[in-house]
Ligand binder design. Structure first.
Ligand SMILES: Cc1cc2nc3c(=O)[nH]c(=O)nc-3n(C[C@H](O)[C@H](O)[C@H](O)COP(=O)(O)O)c2cc1C
Ligand SMILES: CC(C)CC(=O)C(=O)O
Length: 392
């Protein structure tokens, strides 16, 4: 692989050792391989989406409708993928999306993903629904590793404050607030299998380890009060009564930058800016919440236009390749979050599996930019894209 990497002249493969020879470098193949190593229920939970899964398919189809139009003779000898987003320096515009319940995929869970992210210097967004407490995930990543915290805003405000304080103490520098999932959507794969990881106690570690949560359930969670603790968790997981006016609460309890995740409408993006938010994440949760919702990539240009340079614009849902990342950046994203691909990498190879995914994405993005005539992510604009003919 090293000779090949030299030939490809990718800064991200050279000197970094081989990508995992046991895993494909075409990351679209990971899902099929992960299906082979996960239980039917676990795979269904991760790969599945809401309803007929039309939005999950639309997320991918939207990428396919755009084609890159490479430009020649543009001196691309010096390349640099680095960006700064919400005060965090990143070697490439790629973050690990918040994904809960990672012990469902691999016994090392979130800790393995944190180590892989740290090894690449990429930012991991720690999920409230993680299967390991945030302090342990942060410790696995190490002191200097960039990390953000994703909040599922619970009904209990004291619990929310406790999460935010713990996240700050664990070294998270920015806050991502997920707005699209105050409750789980209609997800037929899970409904038909009668399965949710949380019912098995996976995904509640941050709650069960929290002093405010423990106080509410009458003490530390043991076998004796476990059932009651799970019911308490489910009843207070999300707050459907939240409105834009509630955002002030976040500002009062979080000093760093805040980004709202799940924004799809330009007017919501404008409201986020008006409310003093530092960023928006254009996302439909990987098609897992509103079946029939607009493809995330189709929502991106409108949101990016509405936000202008008043806030950071991040993007997720459907990113599978370096070329996908280039398209999202061209359509207005400052950086992308990758979800299922690294979850599948974790299932297939633990920490090294995640690192493989991150390394392939960086290398492919860098090569795509260079071969399209660009040296930096910031140079990407819609002019580099054309709409694919409909009869492909
Ligand atoms: C198994 C799984 C668990 C997830 N858990 C969370 C979570 O805890 N918090 C959150 O904000 N988003 C969560 N998401 C959504 C991701 O952050 C992201 O929006 C989505 O995966 C992007 O789509 P992609 O998987 O197509 O890349 C989860 C997604 C999956 C597949
Ligand atoms: C609802 C969460 C607890 C997990 C999640 O975000 C997801 O399954 O998509």
């Amino acid at each position: 692989m090293s000779a090949l990497a030299d030939f490809q002249n990718s800064l991200y493969l050279q000197g970094l050792g081989d990508v995992l020879p046991s895993l494909p470098t075409d990351l679209t193949k990971l899902e099929g391989l992960a299906e082979g190593v996960l239980s039917r229920r676990a795979f269904g939970y991760v790969a599945g989406a809401a309803g007929s899964e039309a939005t999950a398919r639309a997320n991918r189809a939207a990428f396919d409708r755009w084609r890159i139009v490479p430009r020649m003779l543009r001196d691309v000898a010096e390349r640099d993928l680095s960006v700064e987003v919400l005060g965090t320096a990143m070697p490439a515009p790629i973050l690990l999306a918040p994904i809960g319940v990672q012990s469902l995929l691999h016994p090392d869970g979130e800790r393995a993903a944190a180590r892989a992210a740290a090894a690449e210097g990429l930012t991991m967004v720690l999920s409230t629904a993680a299967s390991q407490p945030m302090e342990e995930v942060a410790e696995a990543g190490g002191d200097g590793a960039p990390r953000w915290y994703q909040l599922y805003w619970p009904k209990d405000r004291d619990l929310a404050v406790s999460f935010l304080e713990r996240a700050r103490d664990a070294g998270c520098t920015a806050l991502v607030v997920t707005l699209d999932t105050f409750t789980l959507a209609w997800r037929p794969r899970d409904l038909d299998a009668g399965f949710l990881p949380f019912l098995r106690g996976i995904g509640v570690a941050n709650y069960f380890s929290d002093p405010v949560f423990q106080k509410a359930v009458g003490g530390p969670v043991t076998d004796a009060n476990r059932e009651a603790a799970l019911l308490h968790w489910a009843a207070g997981f999300g707050d459907p009564s939240l409105t834009w006016d509630d955002l002030i609460f976040l500002r009062d309890h979080w000093e760093g930058p805040i980004a709202l995740k799940g924004i799809q409408h330009p007017d919501d993006a404008r409201q986020a800016v008006d409310a003093g938010m530092d960023g928006v994440i254009v996302s439909n949760h990987g098609g897992r919440q509103v079946d029939g919702a607009v493809a995330s990539l189709d929502a991106l240009p409108g949101v990016a236009k509405a936000v202008g340079d008043q806030a950071a614009v991040l993007f997720d849902s459907g990113v599978r390749t370096g070329a996908d990342i280039a398209k999202a950046l061209a359509l207005g994203a400052d950086a992308v979050l990758v979800g299922r691909p690294y979850a599948y990498g974790l299932a297939l190879g633990g920490q090294e599996g995640v690192r493989h995914v991150l390394r392939c994405l960086q290398a492919e993005l860098e090569l795509t930019l260079a071969l399209a005539g660009l040296t930096r992510p910031g140079r990407l604009s819609p002019e580099i894209l054309s709409c694919a003919p409909t009869s492909r």
